[in-house]
Design a binder for this molecule. Structure first.
Ligand code: 13P
Ligand code: SF4
Length: 351
């Protein structure tokens, strides 16, 4: 019964979007049905990030899809014996850290991240040696060995709150933020604007090493100005808006009407019913998903801005993962326990 209800839910959602999405649904109906059957037979929680392609995104229902923070929260509360994570590997690993007794599956182990892949535990240790005694806040886009060395995790939804909390707890005005240099610069600017005197130490501020999201780093201020011009998205016109992600360049944020996490952007759309035309400066599939959710809005879509890692999660790989219960995400227990500390300290701040 749950399977057929969900099939109807997915069909209706994709019908609201573009004609090609609905055709895509019809062409893949059988495989979607098989995935949902296996989900119910094996009692699997399917979590999906906002950047999943529409057919994958809708495998997850309300309360099962969202941004990095929401997905970590859903994983923490799960009672199902298996979690299938439709997102990138660091996200599935976070779910495993929170659920050691459960089986955590991901459709493709090679779904990496340009922030997480090059920045490991030894890199966090180097910053700790350079700045002894200062709290280290680590972006959730990182692997367990790096999380194990950090004091706090944070996501793009709670970065400011976590940094402020860390400064207060440690009784300091300096906080180390790793590894995203662009988000670090953006958080520092926001703190300044809010009148905070916290000095955020992030890669690239006092040293040469930079870390960035390879997707959001492609968006330039000039591109935003051109999109505004070409699609009549004037800042004065309240029926239009440009929303961008925290991981973009600081000068991109200055050109936008709003910046935030993926879920903050969705909240913005819900709280502005007057919107008629919007550009989302973030991963392209999120725009496709929002087109289904907000059919009254015309979205400007830049499909060159796509995450190759998120794109590795496909329906066929998902079906295989459910059939074989492989590949399974594992984390060595000694690392998991220490990484759990930084995630739990973050979740405690938010609840
Ligand atoms: P959020 O969904 O937490 O905003 O993160 C975006 C992202 O790039 C995840 O990889
Ligand atoms: Fe990593 Fe950027 Fe892809 Fe998110 S969008 S997974 S930050 S590379």
């Amino acid at each position: 019964m749950a399977t057929s209800n969900d099939l109807i839910r997915i069909e209706q959602a994709l019908h609201r979007g573009s004609a090609d999405q609905y055709l895509d649904f019809q062409a893949h109906q059988d495989i979607i049905q098989r995935i949902l059957q296996l989900r119910d037979q094996k009692s699997v929680l399917i979590l999906g990030h906002n950047y999943m392609a529409p057919l994958v995104y809708h495998l997850s229902g309300e309360g099962e899809r969202g941004d990095s923070l929401q997905l970590a929260q859903y994983a923490a509360k799960s009672t199902k014996p298996i979690i299938l994570f439709d997102g990138v590997r660091f996200m599935a690993e976070t779910a495993k850290i929170l659920n050691p007794e459960k089986k955590v599956l991901i459709a493709d182990m090679k779904a990496g991240c340009s922030l997480a892949d090059p920045f490991r535990g030894e890199d966090v240790r180097k910053y700790k040696e350079k700045y002894p005694g200062l709290p280290v806040v680590l972006y959730i886009n990182s692997y367990a060995d790096a999380k194990a060395e950090a004091d706090y995790c944070c996501t793009s939804s709670n970065g400011l709150k976590v940094v402020e909390h860390a400064a207060k707890e440690f009784g300091t005005k300096q906080v180390v933020f790793l590894p995203d240099s662009l988000m670090g610069a953006n958080l520092q600017e926001e703190l300044k604007q809010q009148g905070s005197d916290i000095d955020l130490i992030y890669p690239g501020k006092y040293d040469a090493k930079h870390g960035a999201c390879e997707v959001h780093a492609q968006i330039t201020a000039e591109m935003i100005r051109n999109i505004r011009h070409d699609f009549s998205l004037s800042p004065e016109d309240k029926s239009t808006a440009v929303l961008v992600h925290w991981e973009c360049h600081p000068d991109v944020l200055k050109e936008a009407d709003f910046h935030g996490s993926t879920s903050a952007m969705i909240k913005y759309l819900y709280s502005h019913p007057e919107l008629k035309r919007v550009y989302l400066g973030t991963e392209c599939e999120m725009t496709a998903n929002m087109q289904n959710e907000f059919p009254q809005i015309e979205f400007v879509r830049t499909c060159a801005i796509a995450c190759q890692h998120m794109g590795k999660i496909t329906l066929h790989k998902i079906l295989k993962a459910l059939e074989t219960e492989q590949p399974e995400v594992t984390v060595p227990e000694e690392i998991r326990v220490r990484a759990l500390g930084s995630i739990k300290r973050m979740l405690a701040i938010n609840t």
